[in-house]
Every structure is written in structure tokens, then in C-alpha cells.
Design a protein. Structure first.
Length: 182
């Protein structure tokens, strides 16, 4: 099994139906992981750069209108401070006081629930997750277990996501350790 779970995930979920889009998201993943390796700080501008690649657009801005998702069942409002609150939340993904699985889950969910882009927020959330894990040198062998509907008011679900990430990180660490001892 590969320890490049994000690449495997994007290829499996998008590859057959949109080869061009898959190539773009994999390029964005490479950029996100390179930014992580350089120790870049998480910020909207960083994610927007990846999103420009994903969406094949010259510019990507923070949305200017309320957004809807899940067939219109969820509304993501917009206030004068939404962008600033999103930036603050992203910055918290580097807090050494929080365990890595919690920080990674939080970054992923923040992108999903702030819904900063007009399109492609789920892909951006996965890239943000890969970035946070990449900053800590924590590859994942499996990402598909993370693919589930998340609701903005589900605190237990958010905690469960952090637990699941902890399990996946531990499993990947074991695989790496077993490979180095073989």
C-alpha cells in the first residue's frame, strides 16, 4: 500500500471521469506539499494559489456572496469579518498546544464550513489537510475513510474526525517503520 494516500484518493475519486481535472488537483497537491515542506504558514492566499491550479483560473478570490452546499440544504453566510475569522482559524492549525490530528481536522473542517471559494471547497479542504500533515511530516496511506458528509453543527463528528486522523497517522507511521526495518 502506498503512503501517498492523498494522491491515491484524488486519482481514485476523480481520475476516470475527469483526467484533466485530476492532473490539476495532483499538481496543486504537489504545490501544497512543497509549501508544507518549506514551512509556509497556512493562509487564504496560500490555499487560493492551489485553488487557482485546481480550477484552472487566473484568479481565485474569497467568495463575495452567501454560499450553498449539499443541494441547497446548507447555507454558508457571509459577514464583514468572515474572511478574517477564516484566516484566524487557519493560523490555529500550527498551534503546538493542539495535537496534530486535531489541527489537521480543524483545517479541513474550517475550509469546508467557511466555504471560502465559489467552487471546489471539498478539494481545497483535502489540500489543506494534506498541507497541515505535510508540515509535520505525517503522510497518510489511506484517505478514503475521511470521505464523509460533515455537518457544521456536529461537534462530535469533528472530534471523531480527529480520532480517525490519529488512527490513520499511526497506521502510516507503522508502515514506514516496518519498511525501514525490512
Amino acid at each position: 500500500m502506498s503512503l501517498d494516500g492523498f494522491r491515491d484518493f484524488f486519482t481514485a475519486t476523480r481520475g476516470r471521469r475527469d483526467a484533466e481535472g485530476t492532473a490539476r488537483v495532483l499538481t496543486a497537491l504537489d504545490r501544497a506539499l512543497a509549501d508544507a515542506k518549506q514551512g509556509s504558514q497556512p493562509a487564504f492566499s496560500l490555499i487560493a494559489n492551489w485553488q487557482r491550479t485546481v480550477l484552472h483560473r487566473d484568479a481565485v478570490v474569497f467568495r463575495t456572496m452567501p454560499a450553498f452546499a449539499k443541494g441547497g440544504r446548507e447555507l454558508y453566510g457571509l459577514t464583514p469579518d468572515t474572511h478574517a475569522r477564516f484566516e484566524h482559524c487557519l493560523a490555529e492549525s500550527t498551534s503546538p498546544d493542539l495535537p496534530l490530528p486535531s489541527r489537521a481536522a480543524r483545517a479541513h473542517l474550517d475550509v469546508l464550513f467557511f466555504h471560502p471559494f465559489e467552487d471546489g471547497n471539498a478539494r481545497a479542504a483535502m489540500l489543506a489537510l494534506a498541507f497541515v500533515l505535510g508540515r509535520e511530516g505525517a503522510p497518510l496511506g489511506q484517505v478514503r475513510p475521511l470521505q464523509a458528509t460533515r455537518w457544521a453543527d456536529d461537534a462530535e463528528g469533528a472530534a471523531d474526525l480527529a480520532v480517525l486522523l490519529g488512527i490513520l497517522i499511526t497506521a502510516a507511521d507503522r508502515r514506514l517503520s516496518n519498511r525501514s526495518h525490512s
